[in-house]
Design a binder for this molecule. Structure first.
Ligand code: NDP
Length: 289
């Protein structure tokens, strides 16, 4: 039997609609409109598209948003000045610096400068530490979206074998930590993992965040497993493929995310959730939803 398709587009739409309602309630109660500042340095075309999608999503949810477009020649000290101003700006509850930054700028120094309370990407070391310690903090958007999808699939995590392929700071590591906090037994794989296919075959939940087109084959998947494909790999013809060979995997898995239309749309939805959560905590309004 073919797997259940986990429709990230539909789930993201539901979440965004929920945020829109919660923003309206928050604003009525506090007279504060949640605000997000997006900082874009240089003119990378993919980054420009991401930034304009984020702005559009904010507008639809009733979140105030402002974009700071800076030239590629911007110095690190100018960028740090801007972040300092945004940290102090009471209209702004979330700050997102679109990555990658130009080579001349130290990414770590920039992320460290963002007030952790406004760090809606969840990349500040304080938020990373809070994730590891399972304390309240802002969680990175893509991993948070992945957990929503797994929950929607109804996959029990307590005691389950979860395998995450890819150990990046933005996807693999945080997702592994979140699965661990939900009591899965987690294996975190990477390019030096021996016998990757065999490790993947153990997985009740398999998360692929590698960036290699269709690397994970159908016979790497345990029958009935939940498969989350984070990979976005553009093909020569312009189409997108995931890290999982979907046509094979869909015959074996219990549930699977498509590419596109799986994890991708969840990332922006979770950014809106984080911005509203950050506003709640900064304004001291009733607990965030
Ligand atoms: P990175 O390039 O930072 O990390 C890739 C990871 O995959 C590394 O840990 C690397 O191992 C591992 N890897 C590479 N080759 C192999 C291999 N042959 N076998 C096992 N592991 C391997 O990628 P990201 O985490 O940033 O992104 C991963 C994918 O997810 C990309 O396609 C990206 O476009 C996509 N993505 C999608 C998002 C969304 O919103 N849907 C958001 C973010 C990313 P090692 O550490 O040993 O080098």
């Amino acid at each position: 039997m073919a797997a259940q398709i986990l429709d990230g587009k539909a789930l993201a739409r539901e979440i965004r609609e929920g945020v829109r309602e919660d923003v309206a309630r928050f604003q009525a109660e506090t007279e504060v409109q949640p605000g997000l500042a997006v900082v874009l340095v240089g003119d990378d075309p993919a980054s420009r598209i991401y930034v304009s999608n984020k702005e559009r999503a904010c507008q639809a949810a009733g979140i105030y948003s402002e974009e700071h477009k800076l030239p590629a020649s911007t110095t690190q000290s100018d960028l740090l000045d801007l972040i300092g101003r945004l940290n102090r700006d009471p209209r702004i509850h979330g700050i997102l610096v679109q990555l990658p930054l130009p080579d001349a700028i130290d990414e770590g120094a920039v992320l460290d400068a963002i007030d952790p309370a406004k760090d809606v990407d969840g990349f500040h070391p304080v938020n990373v530490a809070r994730l590891v310690l399972n304390q309240e903090g802002l969680r990175p958007c893509t991993p948070a979206g992945i957990l929503e999808l797994i929950e929607r699939a109804g996959t029990p995590l307590r005691g389950a074998e979860a395998v995450v392929v890819g150990r990046s700071n933005i996807v693999g590591k945080p997702v592994a930590m979140m699965l661990l906090h939900r009591h899965a037994t987690v294996t975190l794989c990477h390019s030096r993992t021996r016998d990757l296919a065999e490790v993947c075959r153990r997985a009740d939940v398999l998360v692929a965040a590698v960036g290699r087109s269709e690397m994970i084959r159908g016979d790497w998947i345990k029958p009935g497993a939940t498969v989350i494909d984070v990979g976005i790999n553009r093909q020569a013809d312009g189409s997108l493929r995931g890290d999982v060979a979907f046509d094979e995997a869909v015959q074996v898995a219990g549930a699977i995310t498509p590419v596109p239309g799986g994890v991708g749309p969840m990332t922006i939805a979770m950014l809106l959730v984080n911005t509203l959560t950050a506003a709640h905590r900064q304004v001291g309004a009733p607990a965030a939803p």
